[in-house]
Design a binder for this molecule. Structure first.
Ligand code: FVH
Length: 290
């Protein structure tokens, strides 16, 4: 008996390995399993124990963390473990949809376990540092019991008892990120046509995006109140059409793809058609729901 807390980490890709290392550093008895065994063996020198099969990985710790490529793999692994999961807490940190999370939660419950879903807001090198945070949802009693342990890979935030909520937050935040990076890549492509270096643009674009982020609370108030002119219109849709058209025509001229900006070319006229031409950009929200 080591007296150490026990944890299992299933999946030792870039993220799973970082999570396992964080637990080893925090002196947990860490049992690991990975499809390709060499990734598990690499952790032995850091103190990890390697499960001989998936059954042992599920059965030999009270808390099982899963971080693999997708939920189909998660579900297959849960089903491969033929024994019950009575008394176990399964924490799934794999990226997926809310529907997949609900489905996996049911699989775990049917086997007697308690399920917590997580959305990782961090990259592998920041795991175990104060820069990592992880959103959780699902079984709140289970979360409260192991909250201290879950703080090892990243700061925890519980977002609700529906298993799918952490995924919904995660995908929403990733969508915001992809929008921002897409815009940035288009911007540097435009500047690249004048032989300007991406690094030279960095301070200017960071200042600009920071200023734009400050507009988010204003837009949020308008969205929540469904009044897209609340507290004054700052940047009306009719005016924005001109800038978007200019970006498209300059990109065409410079032979730069317009793929990242094109959705705006569809959405702005649609908003005008629906009578939002004199409203803030937040009015686009009202036409996104299918
Ligand atoms: N890396 C990141 O920046 C992001 C940060 C936010 C969260 N994501 C999500 O984390 C999940 C795992 O991502 P990852 O970075 O660890 O991904 P990989 O390094 O590609 O490792 C994939 C692991 O999945 C295992 N795996 C793949 N197919 C199977 C299978 N059929 N059966 C069992 N395991 C499988 C793979 O095993 P192996 O290839 O080493 O044998 C790795 O352990 C993911 O949801 C991200 O979206 C990461």
């Amino acid at each position: 008996m080591s007296g150490k807390k026990k944890i299992t980490v299933i999946g030792l890709g870039a993220m799973g390995s970082a999570i396992a290392k964080a637990f080893l550093k925090s002196n947990f008895e860490t049992l690991v399993w990975n499809r390709s065994e060499e990734k598990a063996h690499k952790l032995i020198s850091e103190g990890a124990k390697v499960a001989s099969d998936i059954q042992e990985a599920f059965q030999n710790s009270p808390v099982i963390i899963i971080c693999v490529l997708n939920y189909n793999i998660v579900d297959t692994l849960i089903k491969k473990n033929e024994k019950k999961l009575d008394g176990k807490i399964v924490v799934n940190l794999t990226n997926g949809t809310p529907e997949q999370a609900e489905n996996t939660s049911n699989l775990v419950s049917e086997r007697g376990g308690r399920y917590i879903d997580g959305g990782i807001l961090a990259i592998p090198p920041s795991i175990g540092t104060r820069h990592a945070s992880i959103l959780y949802s699902g079984n709140i009693e289970a979360f409260q019991e192991i909250k201290e342990d879950l703080n090892v890979p990243g700061q925890t935030q519980f977002v609700g008892t529906s298993a799918g909520l952490a995924s919904l937050y995660d995908l929403s935040l990733l969508s915001a990120m992809y929008g921002m990076f897409g815009g940035y890549l288009h911007a540097v492509s435009l500047l690249g046509s004048a032989k300007l270096k991406a690094m030279d643009f960095t301070p200017i674009v960071i200042d600009w995006l920071t200023a734009m982020m400050n507009a988010i609370p204003h837009l949020a108030k308008q969205i929540d109140s469904k009044d897209y002119s609340l507290n004054g219109v700052v940047s009306n849709i009719g005016m924005n059409i001109t800038s978007v058209d200019n970006i498209i025509s300059a990109s065409d001229h410079l032979k730069i793809s317009t793929d990242f900006i094109m959705p705006w070319k569809m959405l702005l006229p649609k908003a005008i058609e629906l009578g939002h031409g004199d409203k803030d950009l937040s009015a686009i929200y009202s036409i996104l729901k299918k």
